[in-house]
Design a protein. Structure first.
Lengths: 196, 196
């Protein structure tokens, strides 16, 4: 396996997340983020318009990957199979930089009320993107909403396991998110059967 | 039925939500909220420490009602039956003031990025409260997470229907949230069976 060499984009995100943890989101400047990442301020601005967008950019990419995977699932795939296709597409786009970011991002979010709000909005945005992609496939509203929420839970759960896991292994993210979705499917079945 | 007479607490919330819609959250001052509600600034501060807490206060009450209802459901109730008990408890605490607030709150949230983040955090907080109450009953983690999310979806869906519905009827909120939960249960069953 080739050694992973982070690009400026990834270094900027890691630097920003670490600085948000150490000194808070508000107190962190673009100049500090650029310095920590070892690039100039103008390199920062070639990648991101401001420090807020640095976080939003990742979310938009993730939403698009999830929705594209759902849209391109085979026409006869059920709603959860389509969600699995979305998770697979998004998971396969995540590399070592995303894995290393997990624990750092968790620490930054735990330390900042503003980042908790951003993170909450991110979850809602991902669920909405998946729900809309399912509705576009003809899935009825309550099922599309529920399947979208299951997709977000599976992504978060799988990502947490992957990024907190022993880093020596070379597993991708996909087995983790797909296993989490399968756990949720089994949970949905016993939940909904209990009251039959 | 006795005519509903809003108290200062409810008038302050309605005034705040309307002002947030009209002029934005940041631009709205405590003095303006108090004036619109027809009370003094010191009355405002007897009810809320600041304008942010005015929104958070309702969320904490709602989380507590949902969690209490889940905790006090019969010991042999399944996870979704416990969620239904939580929804019933919270729904029965909602009166005409809450109903009238629905469309206003929706407009305020649509108009403000800051309120969208607050609203997203609120959904996450409600789901976390329900999930924790279910885990305390011994429900396994993936099922508790999923049932908590279903509770939030049912509450939001039921509340939207109730507050956008013909106001002349005297229905409470509970039939709407419970019907939404039943729709989600049926959706969970067909979702999870599709891949059996």
């Amino acid at each position: 396996m080739a050694r992973w060499q982070p690009g400026a984009n990834e270094r900027l995100i890691v630097a920003a997340v670490d600085l948000f943890t150490e000194q808070g989101y508000d107190a962190t400047t673009v100049a500090q983020i650029a310095e920590r990442a070892g690039v100039t301020k103008s390199t920062f601005f070639r990648h991101f318009p401001d420090k807020r967008e640095l976080l939003v950019a990742g979310q938009e990419t993730l939403s698009r990957l999830l929705a594209d995977g759902i849209a391109e699932a085979p026409a006869d795939a059920g709603a959860l199979e389509a969600v699995a296709a979305g998770l697979e597409r998004a998971s396969n786009a995540m590399g070592p930089a995303n894995r290393a970011l997990g624990p750092r991002l968790k620490a930054a979010v735990a330390a900042s009320a503003e980042l908790q709000e951003r993170d909450a909005l991110k979850s809602i945005g991902l669920a909405a993107a998946m729900t809309a992609a399912l509705v576009a496939r003809g899935v009825a509203a309550p099922m599309a909403h529920l399947a979208g929420e299951m997709g977000v839970l599976a992504f978060k759960q799988g990502y947490a396991q992957w990024s907190e896991h022993d880093r020596a292994d070379s597993d991708g993210l996909a087995p983790h998110t797909l296993a989490a979705l399968e756990d949720l499917r089994a949970a949905a079945l016993s939940l909904s059967r209990l009251q039959d």
